[in-house]
Write a protein that binds this ligand. Sequence first.
Ligand code: GLV
Ligand code: MN
Ligand code: MN
Length: 415
Amino acid sequence: MTTFTINSDRLWGRLMALAEITRPDLPWTRRSFSPEFDRGRDWLRQEFESVGLDVSLDTAGNMIGRLPGSAQKNRPLMVGSHSDTVPSGGRFDGTLGVLAGLEAIQTLRENGVTLEHDIELVDFLAEEPSEFGLSCIGSKAMAGMLQDSDLDLQDGTGRTLREAMRSIGAVPEQLDQARRAENSNAAYLELHIEQATRLKSANVEIGVVTDIAAIRRDNVRVLGQTDHAGATPMGLRKDALVTASQMIALTEELTEQANEDGAAIVATIGRLELSPNAANAVPGVVEFTLESRSGDDDKLRAHTEGLLRRFEEIASARRQKVEIQPISCGTAVKSAGAVMQAIETATRDAGLSSMPLSSGAGHDAAYAARLGPAGMLFITCQDGRSHTPEEWVDQPECAEGAQVLMGAMLELDKL
Ligand code: GLV
Ligand code: MN
Ligand code: MN
C-alpha cells in the first residue's frame, strides 16, 4: 500500500508548461517533426534530467529516460506515451502519460524508493498520424514493425519520413538497434485521458483498459476530370468531389448498419484534399483517407474490404476511376491480466473506483504489448472531448491518475 502522494501542483505546472510549447497560430499544436516538437523535446529532456534520468534518443527517435533499479533485473518497467499532438489538438492527450510517469518517478525518488527494475520513461515518436500518414512510428519501430518502405512515405512537400526522422536525431538506417525483443519488458504502463464519457456516466474515476481497437487506414484517390465550372454542362462532367461525397455518405450508412447488425466498428473520413480546389473549376481529383477501427480484426477486414469494393462500383458508375492504397492495418490488442490487476489494486489503495473499458482510440501501448505485459489506465476528460483545443481535464483528476500510475508501478515491480 502506497503511503506517499504525488505532487499535484508540480504535475499540473509541467502539463501547462508543455502545452504552451505550441504553434502560436493554432493552439494546441505540436506536430511531430515540427519546430515546436523539437522545442517540446528539448524542454522534456531538461525535465527528465532534472529528476535524475539518463536521457537518450534511440535510433527510431524515441526519447527514453532511464533510472537504474536496485536489483539489476534485466527487464525494465516501461512507462510512456507521446508528446506530439494532432493539428489544433489538446493539452493532455499523450503529454499526461509522459508527465505523470515523470511525476511518479520523482515522487518515488523523493521518498527514497528505488524500484528493483530499471524504469524507462518513453516519449514515443509520432503517435498521432504524422504528415506521412503513419501513426505510432516510434512504438512500431520498437516492436520491429516499421517497414523499410514506410521510410519512403512522403509528406505534402515531398520530404520523406526517412529525412524527417534524421532531422530529429533518429538514425533510420539503423532501426534494428531500436528494436526490442518479445518479452524484453517486465511490463508497460500508460496513463491516458479516456476521450469518451463512459467513466463520467458511471461515476467512476479510473478506467482499466481491457483492449485497444485495431486501426486500418486506406488512401483513396478519386480520378475525375477538371473542367470549366461555367462552360461545362452538368451532364458532361466528371466531378470527383461528388463521387467522393457518395463514397463518404455510403461509409456512414453501411457502418451504422454494421453496428445495428452487432459489429462494433467505426469508420471515418477525416482527411480530404481536392484539386484544383478553385471556385470555378470542376474538381478533377479528390484524395481522402478512410480510417476504420474495431476490436474484432475479422469484422474490420470484411467491413473495410466491402466498403472499398463499393467505392469502385460508385466510381465506375460515374465513369471515373478510383485508386486505393493501403497505408496501415493494425490488429486489436488485449491488455495483460497482471497489469490490469496492478491498476485495480493501485486504484483501491488510492481510495478510488475503477471499471474495465475498451479503447477505441489507438495508443503506443498496442505496440508495447509486443514487448511484454502491457496495459493502460484512463481518467475522465471534460465531456469526453479530445483532439480539439477544448480538450480539458481538471487538476485533481490528473493527480489521481498519476497517483494510481505510481501505485501500479510499485505493484508491477513485484513481478
Ligand atoms: C490516437 O489518438 C488515435 O486513436 O488516432
Ligand atoms: Mn490522440
Ligand atoms: Mn494519445
